[in-house]
Design a binder for this molecule. Structure first.
Ligand code: NAP
Length: 336
């Protein structure tokens, strides 16, 4: 591959067909970068016609499918991961998020790639207790037993060891991302907004007072690209936006759309925990990868500070209201 001609190196994007991956591929193409979009299902990218875009079909579990694309001039953006979804087999998290991801990083180190931009998650810093969490908290196993969180932590620790051996690693930890999505990978928050638009009943757990940090997808893309340019090897940055409770979020969506919910149901935490535990048993879900885990995550607080990214990279986030307005306008433009 040749250099894209504007001083940027070509980019290999894993998880290119995913929610964030698609946005990143499009942003790189707007910068006139050559993009190798690594994906298991190229069909999900077929609408992105561009001479600078090459789709590489492959599976992260098979190093032969990406090996030939790693080289000294290449910047690797590693986004592929198994996300937290009730019912995903526990072994899959370790296999993809940890083993296959670390194999990709090792192969990148051997190929002497220009940069390895690793997209992890703010969950590695654990939930918050009253005050926003920053990178200074360090990686914390506060949600131990939750397969997704555990796989992200183990992978990050292994990546950091590779950075000490010379991998030009910069790690980004987005909080909870939302924005325009694609049917191939619907975004959780965007799907929740769709549900709020359709239904007059909203359901929250334990009053819905728990706060979490939400970030608009365009901000995450800008943060990733800034980190590629300005992040020193071995650095880690939280990319977040605004903290808001589940209930206040639902109210903001109602206000912005002019649709008032008729009824708000609050499920007590013990009812949510007990019923999901039974549901997981009946559905044969692995421990740490079922509905009970999802409820545990819902009941925790996830407030984060993006101050480091702001100070070091010049990262800025869109006010939640503005990001929501753009997302709602995207949803309203969809063919129903
Ligand atoms: N969305 C968020 O709120 C959020 C927050 C924090 C961190 N993150 C992190 O950001 C990254 C991207 O998230 P996302 O929301 O875009 O997730 P997503 O929509 O679920 O996309 C995940 C991507 O990973 C790919 N993938 C999974 N297993 C693979 C394998 N074995 N081989 C090759 N590709 C594989 C999927 O490919 P297919 O298209 O073939 O299924 C998909 O393109 C992930 O690392 C995620 O953990 C996301």
């Amino acid at each position: 591959m040749s250099d894209a001609g504007n001083g940027h190196s070509p980019a290999l994007v894993t998880g290119a067909s995913g929610f964030i991956g698609r946005h990143l591929v499009q942003a790189l193409l707007r910068q006139s970068r050559e993009v190798l979009a690594f994906s298991r299902r190229p069909g999900a990218l077929s609408d992105l016609q561009n001479p600078l875009l090459q789709i590489v079909q492959g599976d992260l579990d098979d190093p032969r499918s990406y090996g030939a694309n790693l080289g000294r001039d290449v910047a690797v953006f590693h986004l592929a991961a198994v996300r937290s979804r009730p019912g995903s087999p526990a072994r899959l998290f370790r296999q993809v998020n940890e083993v296959a991801s670390v194999n990709l990083a090792r192969a990148s180190r051997r190929a002497d790639v220009r940069k390895f931009v690793y997209v992890s998650s703010a969950v590695v810093f654990g939930p918050s207790f009253g005050a926003p969490v920053s990178e200074a908290a360090g990686v914390r196993e506060a949600m131990s037993g939750e397969c997704y969180v555990e796989s992200r932590i183990s992978s990050l620790l292994a990546m950091n060891r590779l950075a000490e051996e010379g991998l030009p690693l910069v790690t980004l930890c987005p909080t909870i991302v939302f924005g325009p999505d694609h049917p191939a990978h619907p975004n959780k928050i965007t799907s929740h907004i769709r549900r709020l638009l359709r239904s007059r009943t909203e359901v929250v757990v334990a009053g819905g007072v728990q706060k979490r940090n939400l970030v608009f997808v365009d901000d995450v893309i800008r943060g990733i690209l800034l980190a590629e340019r300005l992040g020193n090897n071995g650095e880690i940055f939280i990319l977040g936006g605004e903290d808001i409770s589940h209930r206040a979020f639902n109210e903001m969506v109602s206000t912005l759309t002019g649709r008032r919910p008729r009824m708000c149901l609050s499920v007590p935490s013990w009812v949510a925990s007990t019923s999901t535990r039974w549901l997981d048993r009946l559905s044969n879900h692995d421990r740490g990868s079922g509905y009970e885990s999802a409820v545990k995550v819902l009941m925790a607080e996830w407030q984060y500070s993006s101050q480091k990214a702001n100070q070091v990279l010049g990262y800025e986030w869109t006010p939640l209201r503005a990001g929501l307005l753009r997302t709602i306008s995207f949803i309203r433009g969809e063919v129903q």
